[in-house]
Design a protein around this ligand. Structure first.
Ligand code: ADP
Ligand code: NA
Length: 325
């Protein structure tokens, strides 16, 4: 297993947790799992150095707060393992310009930033991600739906390397759970919840005061109907709330629809606000204990980087040899 999360804004949002991090926790015990804070990816857009360093630590603390256990997985910071940048260059030289140009996330992000402030790094970001995944010979990559295309291109490039040289890389599969693959913005259920595109009221930040988030659930945009039922096309807001409730409560959407029969949207929103608060309070407490002990956090990340490097350097040495370096 291999996956990563950007330290871009300090606090993770509910989409990051339900779409990705929760699966990381579930998969860590039965698998050889590598999880990282991808600070190299973060600098595809401008970052203030002090803030970036701080957000990287806050991100690692949240991963531990969410339940990652360094006894069961390898948790590290991407820039601590130089092999990521080294293998990325090789992958750059195997990827077609046209192929890279078809990445939809780049199109979205670059149109948001404008041509003048779009970096080449933002364009080649998926290629760094190819290196991230292949360095660890990952079988599966637990991510949200928005990352599917990047795992697909990773498969193509791994196959290309294997046939051009000699079988070297495991071909990875995306690990995407349908129910939580795309958590939507609470104010605009037509777009995914996202650090960069959501308005403050549409984004549930995990480190906000629970009261603030509870309010956002209570004022979530729904529709003019009143019956709580699941219909992604016609009732995207309510369907999103039902999926979030289901993920947090463990009840199926069908059970929830039965439970809310005869009740109005307000009941669903209130229950969801309570459920979230119950989950987030202990998460925040655990995250704080790691932030309050910088020496322990450093120790965990140093051990993680060492374990990651042991695997990554072996893969890179094999690749260099096969290429003719
Ligand atoms: P963001 O997309 O907010 O910038 P990242 O790119 O760091 O966050 O994504 C970290 C992980 O969270 C990825 O696996 C991504 O697919 C997942 N993810 C992000 N937003 C959502 C969402 N709204 N629903 C489900 N998963 C998401
Ligand atoms: Na493990």
């Amino acid at each position: 297993m291999l996956s990563g999360i950007q330290p871009t804004s300090g606090s993770f949002h509910l989409g990051n947790y339900l779409g990705a991090v929760r699966q990381w926790v579930d998969l860590q015990t039965a698998n050889d799992a590598f999880y990282m804070v991808v600070d190299l990816h973060a600098i595809t857009v401008p970052q203030d150095p002090v803030t970036l360093r701080q957000n990287t630590r806050i991100s690692a603390a949240q991963l531990l707060g969410a339940g990652l256990d360094p006894e069961h997985c390898t948790l590290f910071v991407q820039s601590h393992v130089p092999e990521h940048a080294q293998l990325a260059w090789v992958m750059n030289c195997l990827t077609g310009f046209g192929e890279a140009s078809r990445m939809t996330q780049f199109k979205d992000k670059s149109s948001r930033y404008g041509a003048e402030s779009t970096t080449v790094g933002l364009f080649t970001y998926p290629i760094l991600q190819i290196a991230d995944i292949l360095l660890y010979q990952a079988d599966a990559v637990p991510v949200g739906e928005d990352q599917r295309q990047h795992v697909e291109i990773t498969r193509d490039i791994a196959e290309r390397f294997n046939s051009r040289y000699t079988p070297t890389f495991t071909i990875p599969k995306p690990y995407i759970l349908k129910e939580t693959a795309k958590i939507m913005d609470l104010q605009d259920p037509g777009i995914k919840m996202s650090k960069s595109a959501s308005s403050p009221k549409g984004l549930v930040s995990l480190l906000d005061e629970p009261k603030v988030s509870a309010k956002k659930f209570k004022s979530a945009v729904t529709d003019t109907d009143t019956v709580v039922s699941y219909d992604e096309e016609r009732k995207p807001g309510v369907s999103n709330l039902l999926r979030i409730h289901s993920a947090l409560s463990g009840q199926s959407v069908e059970q929830l629809v039965a439970h809310f029969e005869g009740k109005m949207y307000g009941a669903l929103k209130t229950e969801l606000a309570e459920l979230f608060t119950e989950w987030v309070a202990p998460f925040q407490e655990r995250t704080s204990t790691f932030l309050d002990d910088p020496a322990e956090l450093d120790r965990v990340l140093a051990i993680g980087a060492e374990k990651a490097r042991a695997v990554a350097s072996e893969t890179l040495a094999t690749v260099y040899d096969r290429i003719g370096f």
